[in-house]
Write a protein that binds this ligand. Structure first.
Ligand code: MG
Length: 228
């Protein structure tokens, strides 16, 4: 075996964040008594993407991230009378409720846990990341769970990986594989930290970045091939 540890990103690597988020957004609209229109979610996603980039580059803090993504969206579409933090709170409650694994993720974990130590390294909110793992009953697969919002640093920051290493009792760096869907956080963070990386590119997106993951897979089960 080339590795002892697999460091998994969570969202859109093991869990279907895309679908869960759309459903949580719609549920929040209903709860708030608002009418969701075609295109609302895409507009929200644009703002959300931008504030996450700002957050990962340390330009804004976590409260601003939670508030601003919904404030910017509501300003753009003319929704008034609701605070961004309130919208965010309701959205996050539904995000936990609408938790799904990606196809093949549970069989993959069942198989890998026989031969590897598994860890979660996730950029996400403390209100939801562990509750989502618990809801899907997958917490026990992982020897370590590192949530950016709990520790105050995010991938790709080296300080995030320092804490992940500590949580795993400092395995040798060359015995760790980082698996994730994001070039900017998972792959960049892993490469810069000197870890082997596998880009979980399920949507077969082109790589226009200067980040070069060691491996690339298009289906979760392809991970077996590079771990044998
Ligand atoms: Mg992800």
């Amino acid at each position: 075996m080339r590795y002892d540890w697999i460091f998994f990103d969570l969202d859109n690597t093991l869990m279907d964040f895309t679908e869960a988020s759309k459903l949580a957004f719609s549920s929040a609209f209903q709860t708030l008594g608002l009418r969701e229109e075609e295109g609302h979610y895409a507009i929200y996603e644009n703002y959300n993407h931008q504030v996450w980039l700002d957050f990962e580059e340390n330009r804004i803090d976590g409260i601003t991230l939670r508030r601003k993504r919904f404030d910017d969206f509501m300003l753009a579409v003319g929704i008034k009378g609701i605070g961004g933090l309130e919208f965010n709170r309701i959205y996050l409650e539904f995000l936990v409720e609408h938790s799904f694994m990606l196809d093949g993720a549970i069989p993959l974990l069942d198989d890998l846990k026989k031969n590897f130590s598994l860890a979660i390294i996730t950029n996400g909110f403390k209100e939801v990341q562990r509750p989502r793992l618990d809801r899907l009953k997958i917490t026990d697969y992982f020897s370590a769970i590192v949530v950016s919002d709990e520790i105050g640093v995010s991938k790709p920051d080296a300080a995030f990986f320092d804490i992940a290493m500590s949580a795993c009792s400092f395995p040798s760096k060359d015995r760790i594989l980082v698996v994730g869907d994001s070039l900017n956080s998972d792959m960049k963070g892993g490469v810069n930290y000197g870890l082997d990386t596998c880009w979980c590119n399920l949507k077969k997106l082109p790589n226009h970045s200067d980040i070069l993951p060691m491996y690339e897979i298009h289906r979760l089960d392809q991970l077996h091939e590079l771990l044998d």
